[in-house]
Design a protein around this ligand. Structure first.
Ligand SMILES: NC(=O)c1ccc[n+]([C@@H]2O[C@H](COP(=O)([O-])OP(=O)(O)OC[C@H]3O[C@@H](n4cnc5c(N)ncnc54)[C@H](O)[C@@H]3O)[C@@H](O)[C@H]2O)c1
Length: 313
């Protein structure tokens, strides 16, 4: 297939490009480098089947030639990034999603949206199943991200219902791995950065809030299977192995620097207390489940961050 993918220079986008190239596809990547990084796709510089266009997808644009699939991954994704860029986040989820749907419609291409578990907000249903409508504060600080993704899902369904676009929606849960930014505020790079620098690990609240971490190769495998599937309604993709943030901090500390202290700070506003995907649907429909355990995934991620932390600022 010839595939257009927005957010190609981002953390997940760059891994998705690698996977699609491995599968033999040709890629036109679009990115405005708001939160992404050219080095994430630097290894593809000589790849004939990969082209990167500096394009803000909230602006009007067209892509030359035919293509078979459109993957819309562009969006700030870490709380630090979307709190710094709230308007851009809302625009890329709304105008950007519409623009990407328009090119899919025009070219008769299938469309995959990377939505998020943040659509569930601070959930009252646990684990989170796709039929749960969520508990989102529409005016809280995180609403720029949560509501932009909820809008993105709504307009994706509207293009399917009104125009028959073959749409797919992935609700991604916390994912980690190489190419995350050290300073993006997400918990995996934050803990690794702190422990590798010999600083205390910062835990917000009492650390009893839970998260489930999926290694990036597992996620892109799920995204690829979903792209090829016929499922119109959202599908959760994430690792159901849930743990408290404190347990996670201790696991990283014990592995790298058992003497490192843990420092507690106030919980940010609207921080979800629980996160665990119900992946029954992905298991049944896509024959997918995560394969990389936390030890293995963290070891691969540490290798990547060790090099970054070694570079003087
Ligand atoms: N990583 C996760 O844990 C996670 C969880 C849930 C959902 N997601 C979703 O997956 C996608 C990728 O997330 P990520 O972690 O790789 O984030 P990221 O910030 O690393 O990548 C996003 C990419 O989109 C680009 N971008 C942003 N606005 C753009 C615009 N207007 N035009 C063109 N490019 C633009 C950025 O420059 C960046 O390269 C996002 O849609 C995110 O919401 C990720």
């Amino acid at each position: 297939m010839r595939i257009v993918i927005s957010g190609a220079a981002g953390f997940v986008g760059s891994h998705m490009c690698d996977r699609l190239l491995t599968e033999g596809h040709t890629i036109i990547g679009l990115d405005n480098f708001l939160t992404g990084n050219r080095t994430n796709i630097g290894h593809l510089a000589r790849e004939r089947r990969f082209e990167l266009i500096n394009q803000d997808v909230t602006e009007t644009f067209s892509v030359d030639g035919g293509f078979d699939a459109v993957i819309h991954m562009a969006s700030p994704a870490s709380p630090r990034d979307y709190l710094e860029h709230p308007i851009e986040t809302l625009e890329v989820g709304s105008v950007g999603t519409r623009n990407m749907l328009e090119i899919a419609l025009e070219h008769g291409a299938r469309f995959l949206l990377t939505s998020t578990s943040e659509c569930y907000g601070d959930p009252h249903v646990h684990p989170q199943v796709e039929t749960y409508w969520g508990n989102v504060n529409p005016v809280g600080p995180r609403s720029c991200y949560d509501e932009s993704k909820r809008f993105a899902e709504a307009i994706t369904m509207a293009y399917h219902r009104k125009y028959g676009v073959a749409t797919r929606i992935a609700r991604i849960f916390n994912t980690y791995g190489p190419r995350m930014k050290l300073d993006d505020g997400r918990v995996v790079p934050a803990f690794l950065d702190q422990v590798l620098r010999g600083e205390p690990l910062t835990v917000f609240g009492d650390g009893s809030q839970t998260r489930s971490f999926c290694y990036v190769s597992d996620l892109v495998d799920g995204l690829y299977r979903l792209l090829l599937s016929d499922e119109i309604y959202p599908v959760n993709l994430g690792n159901p192995n849930e743990m408290t943030i404190l347990q996670f901090a201790e696991a990283i500390r014990d592995r790298l620097n058992p003497g490192a202290p843990i420092a507690f700070q106030p919980l940010p506003e609207d921080d979800p207390k629980q996160r665990q995907p119900d992946i029954t649907k992905a298991r049944t429909l896509l024959n997918w489940e995560p394969k990389v355990g936390l030890d293995e995934g963290i070891a691969k991620t540490i290798e990547y961050f060790r090099d970054l932390v070694a570079v003087p600022a």
